[in-house]
Write a protein that binds this ligand. Sequence first.
Ligand code: ADP
Ligand code: MG
Length: 377
Amino acid sequence: MKEAFRRVHGADAEGIWAAPGRVNLIGEHTDYNDGFALPIAIPQHTLVAARRRQDGRLRLHSAQGEGPVIDLRVDGLTPGAVTTWGAYPAGVVWALREAGHPVGGADLHVDSTVPTGAGLSSSAALECAVAFAYNDLYDLRLPAAALALLAQRAENGFAGVPCGAMDQLASACCTEAAALHLDLRAGSHEQVPFDPRAQGMSLLVVDTRVKHDLGDGAYAALRTGCERAARLLGLAALRDLGPVDLPRAAELLPPHLVPLVRHVVTENARVARAVAHLRAGQVAALGPILRDGHTSLRDDFRISCAESDLVVDTALEHGAHGARMTGGGFGGSVIVLAEEDRVEPISVAVTTAFRAAGYQAPHMLPVSAASGARRVW
Ligand code: ADP
Ligand code: MG
């Protein structure tokens, strides 16, 4: 990183920061409903080497980004002005300045092991690495959660992606061998022990390597549907509905909104159950929760796809405790929880099933709960 920085920017970096990607164990599409989620940070992470500039310029380079150095002026940053990958890091600088932090320019060089567009939140990893770099370079002393919310603001307000706060909070606040129990309404979070390896188990991420176009407009439509349902029920958010309220809600709502509400309500309940099991040291008990979570996303939220369903079904047939699609939907990654000695046969079976179906080979990433964003040099 130091050498690459010097090559690109012609000077020495002042430091290097890292921020991980994430997978969510359970609690999907609950963040924008003021609900709960339970992500872990994964070992794959994004590095940012950085150095301040005195001339108000922001110069961005990435080993994964197309094109040469992106050269911007921090006082000219406006939403929509940057349409390339540079919108994510530039958005962080914009969000900091919008929030009243008088930060200036910088040279940045980015390199990452988080696959992009696989539902593992490479965008949040990039934003958080930049936010942590700026926090130190400009001595802002903001806590990790505040940096995460600024990173989310960057993605919403500058890059134009209407995501919830889960990804950035996970990347910023996770710790090793723990999942992060997020309460998106309270804005609070708590570490819950999560170390499958200590109990002879493994968490495998299967990147299906498909991203169906359907996903682009669908996220906004689902979000709008949930918000509309809450309004019709006279609630601030679907978070305020419990499983016992579902029959009554079903009577009041137009039929097409009922399955959306059912997913969110049962998903929040699944997060609570998962947390209770993990606190009791029962990792394998997550299995049925993951299975139910997948069924709910597939049948009620209707955002799974043939490839993700094939991974889940094949993994379960080959002895996984549980498996489910993660992320926004219509492709991306699936998580599989299994005994360590089942991981190899499951990987082989999934790869074979994909070949037989004519799909491109999936990528297998064994993961553990890794630490959140931090300075590494
Ligand atoms: P995900 O966050 O699930 O990986 P997104 O579509 O939200 O998928 O974000 C992916 C985008 O983030 C990429 O298309 C790119 O613009 C940007 N990005 C992420 N990581 C990097 C990186 N290391 N270098 C350059 N751009 C990146
Ligand atoms: Mg993203």
